[in-house]
Design a protein around this ligand. Structure first.
Ligand code: FE2
Length: 374
């Protein structure tokens, strides 16, 4: 059966954080997003606040508890720090998607439910993902209001001076899981969502002199651009960035979200001017890249100036990418900015080594590179 889940694309991603207002301001200023909606005491919800931000096809919700009685938010943030609670899939029929996923092994979190107000209704259901993370099925076709019932207009006037970033849509969402969990989650997602595995990085494929990881990428089978890499730590001389994530996040969860742009040079220039910090590749990286210059439309010196990485290790076309430093207080969640050229399908495997060396420099600064001996 083709696309039994009826997925038509990504919908929103929701973060649980310590201060939603500050996180919303950061996304507005740094990413050039518009604060399009708000939910909180002023709209009749007493124990939490949520900001709804939009930029082209990207929809982000940022939520904080304003009273400790909201355990769902406060306990998540106490344990994991600021992080992604759920990502969602637009589906044609929420009941059908949910029932199909449960029949195929998904663990239910919330049964399908309709939420309505004067502007119409939405339908939503949720299944479990890594530890405290969820996947939501949502349909908002019959809703004309702001995002969901309960949301109103943002009540504060903010005049933010930001440089246009040109960020476009979610390209992929990546999870970090514990040793021996990758295959389990690969199976779970593939069965529950009718996905398939299309790239595998095994032992030795992704490693530096000191640390390593395993990775599998699952994707929707039906031509919907939904792709989800799953990373697992692999033995190395030092503590890998995936191990560091699991320790600092206190569990498995979402490591990064990649967002696409049609002009990465201009996007990175803008985001840097908006104050975003990115990982920097070693200078030698661009000497290697010069040897492949004939295949690349962008000028190597421009890429070098902005620290943008380029990879063509997957065959078709090439991709340009760059990773922010972790955006919260813990070294956990970060963003990737990506531009795919000429049908490139990969995830930057050819860049992992130089990228990891850059992450390892930061891990050393945090004192998180050597394993604790006990
Ligand atoms: Fe990525």
């Amino acid at each position: 059966m083709s696309n039994p889940i009826g997925i038509t694309g990504y919908d929103f991603v929701e973060f649980y954080v310590g201060s939603a207002k500050m996180w919303a301001y950061w996304h507005a200023k740094a990413m050039g997003m518009n604060i399009a909606g708000y939910l909180g005491p002023e709209t009749g919800i007493k124990d939490k606040v949520s900001y709804y931000l939009v930029k082209n096809k990207i929809q982000i919700v940022i939520t904080s508890a304003v009273k400790p009685s909201n355990y769902e938010v406060s306990s998540f943030v106490e344990r994991h720090g600021d992080g992604v609670k759920r990502w969602s899939l637009k589906v044609k029929d929420v009941h059908k998607a949910f029932e199909n996923s449960i029949l195929n092994g998904a663990v239910p979190v919330r049964n399908p439910k309709k939420f309505s107000d004067d502007s119409g209704f939405i339908e939503e259901a949720a299944i479990k993902l890594y530890d405290d993370t969820e996947i939501v099925f949502i349909n908002r076709d019959n809703y004309k209001g702001i995002f969901k019932p309960g949301f109103g207009k943002h009540i504060q006037k903010i005049n933010l001076d930001f440089v246009e970033t040109g960020l476009n849509e979610i390209d992929h969402i990546v999870g970090n899981v514990r040793i021996n969990e990758m295959n389990l989650w690969e199976n779970y997602i593939n069965k529950s969502l009718n996905f398939e595995t299309f790239i595998e990085f095994g032992a030795g494929d992704i490693s530096t002199q000191y640390s390593a990881l395993l990775s599998k990428v699952v994707r929707s089978k039906d031509g919907v651009p939904i792709k989800n890499p799953i990373n697992e730590p692999y033995e190395g001389k030092k503590k890998s960035q995936i191990e560091e994530y699991i320790e600092e996040y206190l569990g498995s969860g979402i490591q990064h979200i990649a967002i696409s742009t049609n002009n990465i040079i201009s996007t990175i220039d803008s985001m840097k001017r908006n104050g975003v910090e990115f990982l920097t590749p070693p200078d030698t990286y661009y000497d290697m890249l010069k040897e492949r210059a004939s295949e690349i439309s962008e000028s190597i010196s421009e890429l070098k100036k902005f620290g943008i990485l380029c990879d063509n290790s997957e065959g078709n076309g090439y991709l340009l990418q760059l990773f922010t430093k972790p955006i919260g207080d813990r070294p956990t969640f970060f963003y990737e900015i990506i531009q795919r050229r000429n049908g490139a399908l990969g995830f930057g495997q050819g860049n992992f080594q130089s990228l990891f060396e850059s992450i390892e420099k930061d891990q050393m600064l945090r004192g998180n590179f050597d394993r604790d001996e006990n």
